[in-house]
Design a protein around this ligand. Structure first.
Ligand code: SF4
Length: 113
């Protein structure tokens, strides 16, 4: 899997992404049971509210080789502060429409906490 991760810009002050990297290294969370190696091709934020720039960033990740884009758990699960993104649904729909059906989209990286 060639993986790109998009995270919440508002959450960066609370989290340097440590849990995401741990999750990838140990193939836990959403990667549990994955039968292939994971190569991280990029890790960026959404570009800030209301998430419109996330489309450009997703396209850039695909240009750099990503076949899968994961939304970090901060976006839809609201980790680590319990505040999910109010724009997540629209952001995902817009990204999906712009990068096409061949790119896998994952709704989170690791479970809460
Ligand atoms: S659009 Fe959502 S994911 Fe992006 S900074 Fe705002 S709250 Fe975070």
């Amino acid at each position: 899997m060639k993986l790109g991760i998009i995270r919440c810009m508002q959450t960066e002050d609370f989290c340097p992404g440590t849990r995401d990297f741990h999750t990838i290294r140990h193939k836990s969370g959403v990667f549990e049971g994955l039968d292939e190696d994971i190569t991280l091709v990029g890790f960026c934020n959404c570009g800030g509210c209301p998430g419109k720039k996330a489309v450009l960033r997703a396209k850039k990740l695909v240009e750099r080789g990503a076949d899968t884009i994961a939304f970090a758990s901060c976006i839809q699960l609201g980790t680590p502060i319990g505040y999910a993104c109010p724009f997540a649904k629209k952001m995902k729909e817009t990204i999906a429409a712009n990068i096409g059906p061949d790119i896998r989209l994952l709704d989170y990286t690791h479970e809460r906490g």
